[in-house]
Structures are given as C-alpha cells and as structure tokens.
Unconditional design. Structure first.
Length: 256
C-alpha cells in the first residue's frame, strides 16, 4: 500500500505590485558574508565580500548578467522559457515521480510542465525577481544555504508555517543549481534533501567547459567529487548525479 503523503499547500499571495521586500528579512547581507568567513580557502566563492546570496541572483543576473554574470542576452532577450525546459521535463517524467521538489527552480518553467502533466510539484528559489515573475504557484522563496529547515525565508506568512515535511516529496531535482552552493554548505544542504525527499536527480555543471562568465559558481567539481559527497553525507540515499547537459538533451528514442 502506498504511503505517499498529501501536502496541504498554503496559497501564496499573487499581488504583482508587492516588491517582496519582506522575503529577505530573515537572512541579511552580513549574515551571508559571515557564513563564508570561516573558510580557510580565501575569499568566499561567488560572494566577493560585497553581496549576499539573494543580492547575487537579482534581475540583473537573469537579464544579461551585468553585475556578476548569469544569463547573457541574445536577440530574443536573456532568461526565458527556453525550449530545453520541455526536454528536461521529459527526463524527469521518465523517472515516473509521484511528486517533485525542485531546488533553484527560477520561474518554475520546468515545474509548470510537470504540474500540467499531473505531477505534484513545488520549487525553492532564492531570487525575489523570479518569484515575482513566476510561471506557477507553489514556489517558495528560500536560500538553500540559509537556516534549516527549508524554506527559510517567508513571504507574507507567519513564522513556522509551510515548512517542508519529512519524506513528503518523491524526487528532489535540480539542474545547474548545486554548483552555486559553497562546498562548506553542502553537508547541510544534502541532509535537508534526504529529510524532505525519497530520492534525487541532479544535473550539475562539473566545470569542464565553464567560461567563467557566471561568477556565482562556487563549487565547480567533477562527477567523482559529487558522488563522494553524497555517499559521505547521504549513505544509502538513491541519487543520480549527471552532467547538466545530459538533462538538456532528448532521451533516446524521443523526438522534439
């Protein structure tokens, strides 16, 4: 008999003229800088001592990358609903998930496709800009590296509500997200994945072809590093670690 739980979602407000300023009240810029200061590896990766994590992923990051890199502009603009989102959604659906929690979901373009396919879906995203321009409901503003449990930053909700429950999600999914997490924060992030989800699928930039444009990359490591990291901090937890490009190519036997 299935023991899958049913989440009672709390509906997020959709007022478009709300600037979301309350969403960062629990995690200040100084806290973000201080969280990296104990590292013995020199300056904090991606933070540069100038910006908090939520300040890094603002509108500029998704609209040309004028501050710290990000999504470069082309003749059609910068970050948008790319055709590759459909491809990624197919890869996820091929795993037949009962439910999906996406880490670093941006506006939720992939999640919206999963939701339209009948899959219960929810996302965590640090960017207020993306939350205000989201493609679907049930996206929580959250710094994955902030205080646990997720989500750790609330929007118009009393403290303590809408925390993610243990084992309430089937598949924990991300693409091009974990390389933005500083290495020293990974043990806690992985622990929260295993608390909330039954299995994982993560498409990661291993750094082999990185051009350096996106300065927010904090942990560009090879596949072996990531496999060993999960084996150490989540022994026995089922997880697939793949190159992010593999989740952006059509699965064998499928056509566009």
């Amino acid at each position: 008999m299935s023991k899958t739980k049913v989440v009672e979602f709390i509906e997020w407000p959709s007022t478009e003229d709300d600037d979301g300023s309350r969403s960062i009240s629990e995690y200040t810029r100084q806290q973000a800088v201080d969280s990296h200061s104990s590292s013995t590896d020199g300056p904090a990766p991606g933070v540069h001592g100038r910006y908090s994590r939520e300040e890094l992923f603002d509108k500029k990051y998704f609209d040309g990358g004028q501050k710290v890199g990000g999504y470069a502009r082309d003749q059609w603009g910068a970050y948008r609903d790319f055709p590759v989102h459909e491809v990624t959604a197919r890869h996820i659906l091929a795993r037949r998930p009962e439910s999906v929690l996406e880490l670093g979901c941006a506006r939720g373009y992939v999640l919206k496709r999963l939701q339209d396919s009948g899959v219960r879906a929810c996302g965590l995203e640090i960017s207020r800009h993306c939350w205000m321009t989201r493609a679907m409901d049930f996206i929580f503003i959250c710094d994955l590296c902030g205080p646990m449990p997720w989500p750790n930053v609330m929007t118009d909700l009393p403290e303590g509500q809408a925390r993610l429950k243990a084992n309430d999600w089937d598949l924990c999914y991300s693409v091009a997200t974990l390389e933005h997490v500083p290495e020293q924060a990974l043990p806690a992030v992985i622990a929260e994945m295993t608390r909330t989800c039954k299995r994982g699928l993560h498409g990661i930039d291993f750094g082999e072809h990185d051009d350096g444009y996106d300065q927010t990359h904090a942990t560009l490591k090879n596949r072996v590093f990531w496999q060993e990291m999960f084996e150490k901090h989540a022994p026995g937890w089922p997880v697939e670690i793949v190159d992010k490009e593999d989740l952006e190519r059509l699965p064998p036997g499928l056509t566009a």
